[in-house]
Design a protein around this ligand. Structure first.
Ligand SMILES: Nc1ncnc2c1ncn2[C@@H]1O[C@H](COP(=O)(O)OP(=O)(O)OP(=O)(O)O)[C@@H](O)[C@H]1O
Length: 257
């Protein structure tokens, strides 16, 4: 049974179809790539899946429920989390608080406990801090827990954003260009980290990425978008040798990935 089933998804801005008749199915535990030239519609797909935009047409079933028309926070609560192409951290908060905030979608104490600072408020807060530090440890950021997020080097900010997304306990994680701005060594480490978190947290992951070494090295299946339409879909080997993809996008880049 598919975790995510998208049919005929279309988004028109003014006269421009940013996404046209887009279909995708993701099964639990899959790690899938979404690639395509600049402006192909990849981020618009993420914005449609996460409720930032309402589709002009089409259906989105997540965990056997239609999520079209839900607000982004309602979709997060149902188990979909994402990162952004332009990192969106709470830049003036500490590294630890950036992750702790994500847990607030799951805390059990009510407003009264929070205001009155009753027993379960402290218990939950303590538990949240412990779990947040555990997460930071996975991402090798625990030593930096008290630093202000904006002062971290770029690669660490990217890792922190993923840590925060994971803290919301998603079933599906959408990563928008996680390797952007990273050097080859950082990209390689990130690739291994993404594969590891998929296995460790039994996640399904859909990632947009321009770095072909990461896409080809991590993803089991890849969808290729051009002008808002899927022009190819297959394994990394199939995509690498697909003449239409080479012509539209990858050219020499993929032949050497
Ligand atoms: N809010 C919007 N209003 C109008 N046009 C938009 C909007 N968002 C995206 N578009 C247009 O939709 C098309 C697809 O953009 P999108 O950002 O989804 O592409 P992309 O594949 O993510 O590109 P990149 O790789 O450069 O991030 C572009 O032509 C873009 O200008």
């Amino acid at each position: 049974m598919a975790l995510l089933a998208v049919n005929n998804l279309t988004k028109v801005f003014g006269g421009l179809s940013a996404v046209s008749n887009f279909n995708i199915e993701l099964h639990p535990g899959e790690l899938v790539g979404l690639i395509g030239p600049n402006g192909a519609g990849k981020t618009t797909v993420f914005n449609l899946l996460t409720g930032v935009y309402e589709p002009t047409e089409g259906t989105i079933q997540f965990n056997n429920e239609s999520i079209v028309g839900l607000k982004p926070y309602e979709i997060t609560q149902r188990g979909m989390a994402r990162t952004f192409q332009n990192i969106r951290l709470f830049s003036n908060l500490s590294v630890l608080d950036n992750v702790r905030i994500a847990y607030h979608t799951h805390v059990k104490y009510g407003l009264t406990s929070a205001v009155m600072r009753l027993g379960n408020y402290f218990k939950e807060e303590e538990e949240m801090t412990r779990k947040a530090i555990e997460f930071l440890h996975i991402f090798n950021l625990d030593r930096k827990k008290d630093e202000i997020a904006k002062n971290l080097p770029y690669g660490e900010q990217r890792r922190l954003e993923i840590a925060r997304a994971l803290a919301a306990k998603p079933k599906l994680l959408l990563l928008d260009e996680p390797a952007a701005g990273m050097n080859p060594q950082e990209t390689h480490e990130l690739m291994n980290l993404i594969k590891w978190i998929r296995d460790e947290f039994k996640l399904t992951i859909l990632l947009i990425e321009h770095d072909m070494s990461l896409v080809m090295g991590a993803c089991e299946r890849i969808y290729v978008l051009e002008y808002g339409m899927i022009i190819a879909h297959g394994t990394p080997e199939e995509i690498k040798s697909n003449p239409r993809v080479i012509e539209a996008y990858l050219g020499e880049e993929v032949a050497h990935a």
